[in-house]
Design a protein around this ligand. Structure first.
Ligand code: APR
Ligand code: ZN
Length: 251
């Protein structure tokens, strides 16, 4: 059975690394971007999530962010996040590299979390640099659209996330690639693996000799790289996978 096979591989990991995407937060109530019900099936990312568009008119971005805000801000870690935190505690994982900006890995207790696309919990004014919590900004979106900077009144308040067309955080990408080159096991969870450079990470790990395990609700373009592919929900598969890896010792 593939979970057993994956647990055997994970049990022997000394430099295990997880790579996660929106799918691991789906069971926390945060819609994914692609696949069934994904955000990009409702909105055109070019119109709402590029830095050029944001600079022209931040309203488009904030209209979607206002709608998504309550689900993201009230989300709790699910058993999938908790399982990865447990695997870090047991030494089977040394880090979680995530494309998510929801902060749920940290809330679940994962220590070493590399956020490739930044964090959606903070908002920064592009004019004066003032930072504010995303939660506070949500509070005034009903009567202030787009939200304005409390200090300078500027209209370019942007969450500290990477929009399309923006450079990636270099340190985070470097750290993620270094981890991938050293990894002996890479556990890829809840990502469609179509956005780069994140989608390169399992390729780098595989070339360096890591065994790849993919847990995803549907097939990905990288399934051919994996020693084991498990099609299922992260919140169900990961706890069982972690339990079996812990029971078979190692780590
Ligand atoms: N368990 C496991 N996998 C799931 C679950 C679940 N409960 N629900 C959905 N999935 C899978 C979907 O089948 C899909 O393949 O998770 C994947 C999510 O893919 P995307 O929505 O494309 O999310 P992600 O890969 O993280 O997107 C990468 O694209 O828009 C940008 O910056 C955004 O970080 C994001 C990046
Ligand atoms: Zn300002």
């Amino acid at each position: 059975m593939s979970v057993e096979r994956a647990a055997e591989i994970l049990a022997s990991a000394a430099q295990g690394v997880a790579l996660t995407g929106a799918g691991i937060s789906a069971e926390s109530g945060i819609p994914t971007f692609r696949g069934e019900g994904g955000l990009w099936t409702q909105y055109d990312p070019v119109k709402v999530a590029t830095i050029e568009r944001f600079r022209e008119d931040p309203r488009a971005y904030w209209t979607v962010a206002r709608e998504r805000g309550p689900a993201v801000l009230s989300a709790e870690p699910n058993p999938g996040h908790l399982a990865l935190a447990g695997l870090e505690q047991s030494g089977h994982l040394v880090a979680v590299v995530t494309q998510n900006t929801d902060g749920l890995h940290q809330d679940a207790g994962s220590d070493r979390v590399i956020e490739l696309h930044g964090s959606g919990r903070t908002v920064q004014c592009l004019d004066c640099g003032t930072r504010e919590s995303r939660r506070d900004v949500q509070g005034r979106l009903e009567f202030q659209m787009p939200p304005r900077c409390r200090i300078c009144g500027g209209m370019f308040l942007k969450p500290t996330v990477v929009l399309f067309g923006e450079p990636m955080p270099v340190d985070a990408v470097e750290e993620a690639l270094a981890l991938a080159r050293r990894a002996d096991v890479m556990l890829v969870v809840g990502t469609s693996l179509v956005v780069y450079p994140a989608a390169d990470i399992p390729v780098v790990a595989s070339r360096a000799g890591a065994a790849i395990i993919i847990v995803n609700a549907e097939p990905t373009p990288m399934d051919g790289l994996a020693a084991v592919v498990i099609h299922g929900r992260a919140g169900e598969v990961l706890p069982e996978l972690a339990y079996r890896a812990l029971m078979s010792g190692g780590g």
